[in-house]
Design a protein around this ligand. Structure first.
Ligand code: SF4
Length: 331
């Protein structure tokens, strides 16, 4: 008799039910197609994907909703923009092995998987060749061996795609192998899942965290206060209770959060959910995302206004990633 495959977890079922048709999304939001410059070509290049729980946080009838703008494929993406490239942050040049990127001293970034629960139109990895370049696809062994051989690496960062889109038993397989490397001291996860699909933070994931031999930092990604709701708060509380330190990184995005009210509300809302603001990134200049760019003069002015208004610990660092730099460059 064939062994039976485990039933998918609830979060996996919700993942599969994500909205993928831009017209279905507009219908759910009671928006006529004429209200937005939808692009089938942009959707063919980088498909729409958004969990239904995230759609429920968008305002109906508002084509400028800040959550909708982050996910809707628009004509503007196809406009050629000088200086915008396929690999905006030099990932290809920093590749140390299949699925491993080495940019900064002491740290190795694992492209654990190419999958995400949501497709963010401004994503700097929207053109990344995930098919061949994930650590999971290559088998963990090669990745783990590479980290084992380099004693200067003391922190592993699970990135992607979204590393928590991997099934929990896959994550456990990876971290069991990493646990045998004596020079590792810290684990970090970069994930948007606790925000866009909070059901991902289930009992199995909390159990995985509890079994880790290193302190865990979870860097979530929210760009607007409206991305938080009671389910997100509960997921973040479960992560904190499991012992994870929580930070937020946001991207400064025109038409989404490029005013001081929106940025202040984001910091305050994240903090209320137990998350410290960490980075506010200047947009990575990836092809297709030019319409989200805020120029540096305005970015600095917004950041200064934010600093004048909030307690220091609520002000994220305004940074840009520059290929070849030894760390994020402050603006
Ligand atoms: S979740 Fe992160 S990696 Fe995935 S599309 Fe959004 S920004 Fe890119």
């Amino acid at each position: 008799m064939q062994p039976q495959a485990a039933a998918p977890a609830r979060w996996q079922r919700l993942w599969r039910e994500a909205v993928r048709d831009p017209r279905e999304l507009l219908g759910m939001l009671e928006l006529p197609e004429a209200a937005v410059a939808l692009s089938d070509d942009a959707a063919a290049e980088f498909p729409l994907r958004v969990p239904r729980g995230f759609v429920a946080r968008m305002r109906k009838g508002d084509p400028h909703d800040p959550l909708l703008r982050q996910v809707l494929p628009l004509d503007e993406e196809l406009r050629p923009m000088p200086g915008f490239a396929l690999d905006a942050v030099g990932d290809a040049a920093a590749k140390a092995g299949t699925g491993v990127i080495r940019k900064y001293r002491g740290r190795a970034l694992l492209i654990a998987t190419g999958s995400c629960a949501v497709h963010c139109r401004y994503c700097f990895r929207r053109h990344f060749p995930y098919g061949q370049e994930t650590a999971a696809a290559a088998g963990w062994r090669q990745t783990v061996d590479l980290i084992r051989r380099d004693a200067s690496i003391d922190e592993v960062i699970l990135s992607g795609g979204d590393p928590w889109s991997l099934a929990t038993d896959k994550l456990a397989e990876l971290t069991r192998a990493l646990a045998e490397i004596p020079h590792l001291k810290r684990l970090r996860v970069h994930t948007r899942l606790p925000v866009v699909l909070p059901e991902r933070v289930d009992e199995a994931l909390v159990g995985w965290i509890a079994a880790l031999p290193w302190p865990l930092t979870v860097v979530i990604h929210a760009n607007h206060a409206n991305e938080f709701d009671a389910a997100v708060d509960a997921a973040l509380a479960r992560l904190r209770d499991a012992g994870a330190a929580l930070l937020n990184q946001a991207v400064l995005l025109r038409g989404v959060n490029d005013d001081v009210e929106a940025l202040a509300a984001l910091s305050e809302r994240a903090f209320a959910a137990g998350v410290l603001p960490y980075y506010l990134h200047q947009l990575d200049r990836v092809q297709g995302a030019g319409h989200f760019e805020v120029d540096d003069v305005r970015a600095r002015a917004l950041h200064a206004a934010l600093a004048a208004r909030l307690s220091g610990y609520l002000v994220p660092r305004l940074v840009r990633e520059v290929a070849g730099d030894p760390g994020k460059r402050p603006l």
